[in-house]
Design a protein around this ligand. Structure first.
Ligand SMILES: NC(=O)c1ccc[n+]([C@@H]2O[C@H](COP(=O)([O-])OP(=O)(O)OC[C@H]3O[C@@H](n4cnc5c(N)ncnc54)[C@H](OP(=O)(O)O)[C@@H]3O)[C@@H](O)[C@H]2O)c1
Length: 311
């Protein structure tokens, strides 16, 4: 019988055990126990924030699954045994939450609803024409599972939508930009910038003073990718100068966002605590099981991470 090692310190295994029992009753669920001298042989591992160097000596591993969509932290912590694929989490429920988050904040910024929240506190009744949706230029960085779905949803609402990725992506209604060469023209045409990039050597500190300076005056930023993509001090400067009118940030260089960090109380920064999308054990186990079944019936796994590329 196949065995799955659950190596997610700090995550309650209960819901995961129930998820696997429901979707793959024949799978043996083995929670890793801290301090155990030797990890038992397992066919699969489900991991999140594992101790550094974990997995190196788990015998017979066939595949490692990440409990989340982003694998930057995992790749820093573990060296996978040679030839063992790492699979990231792709789950329609995860995508749905991210699409809601992006649509919510794009509309929030397009309509400048923060202004009315501020005016309410002053008992001020004032109406401002928000501008035409079809003329509001939204730019999504990263057009993968999450960014691609977000771009489709934003385009469906009628926004002038573009996306930027490493390689060209064809999405109906979404203008495609790609590679470093097309980044300046992508940024120059973007009023609301949504970042859904993974954190890799190629994206780290990509949103710096220079990149932010290429946006039109008064642009808005939504970062739900990874905190390390953004240079936080440069965003504070851009907010100060007015280049960026407002920002919504879900991810940060250091999480939880440290006490006293200027983002906490900044009047034009909305902080959400890494909740743009959250993994749900039941739907996630269904997605992981579908992939395990694929492997067991001799098919190729889907959503395998390219370790060299970093995503
Ligand atoms: N805040 C949250 O709650 C939350 C939740 C889940 C995930 N996330 C973050 O969202 C990220 C994206 O997830 P996903 O499932 O959409 O990933 P994905 O399917 O792997 O897509 C990644 C996208 O980024 C593009 N990209 C990667 N490196 C690039 C580079 N150097 N230059 C330009 N484009 C680049 C890729 O380009 P190609 O299309 O050319 O490959 C692809 O379009 C995750 O890595 C994670 O960090 C955040």
């Amino acid at each position: 019988l196949p065995r799955l090692l659950f190596l997610c310190p700090g995550v309650d295994p209960g819901r995961w055990r129930r998820g696997f029992a429901r979707h793959m009753p024949e799978l043996e669920f083995v929670p890793a126990t801290a301090g155990e001298a030797e990890t038992p042989p397992c066919d699969y591992a489900l991991v999140w924030r594992p101790p550094a160097g974990a997995l190196q000596d788990v015998p017979d591993l066939r595949a490692v699954f990440s409990l989340g969509a982003g694998v930057d932290d995992l790749l820093r912590r573990v060296r996978l045994p040679a030839g063992v694929p790492l699979v990231r989490l792709v789950d329609p429920a995860l995508t749905e939450l991210m699409v809601e988050y992006v649509v919510h904040w794009v509309i929030h910024h397009h309509r400048d609803f923060a202004r009315y929240a501020a005016w309410q506190r002053e008992e001020r009744w004032r109406q401002v024409w928000p501008g035409q949706t079809s003329e509001r230029r939204v730019g999504i960085m990263g057009l993968g599972e999450l960014g691609g779905a977000a771009a489709r949803a934003v385009a469906a609402l009628g926004f002038d939508t573009a996306g930027w990725s490493r390689t060209p992506r064809r999405i109906p209604g979404v203008r495609s930009f790609h590679g470093p060469g097309e980044l300046p023209s992508f940024l120059a045409r973007t009023d609301i910038l949504v970042c859904l990039l993974p954190l890799t050597a190629g994206t780290e500190r990509l949103l710096d003073a220079r990149a932010l300076g290429l946006l039109p005056e008064g642009a808005r930023l939504v970062n739900a990718g990874r905190g390390g993509v953004l240079v936080e001090e440069d965003l504070l400067d851009a907010l100060e100068s007015g280049r960026i009118a407002a920002a919504t940030l879900d991810v940060f260089r250091e999480e939880p966002l440290p006490p006293g960090h200027p983002f906490w109380r900044h009047p034009r920064v909305q902080v959400t605590p890494h909740v743009a999308s959250l993994t749900n054990a039941d739907t996630a186990t269904a997605a992981i099981v579908a992939n395990i079944r694929r492997l067991e019936s001799g098919e190729a796994l889907t959503h395998v991470v390219d370790v060299e590329r970093g995503y």
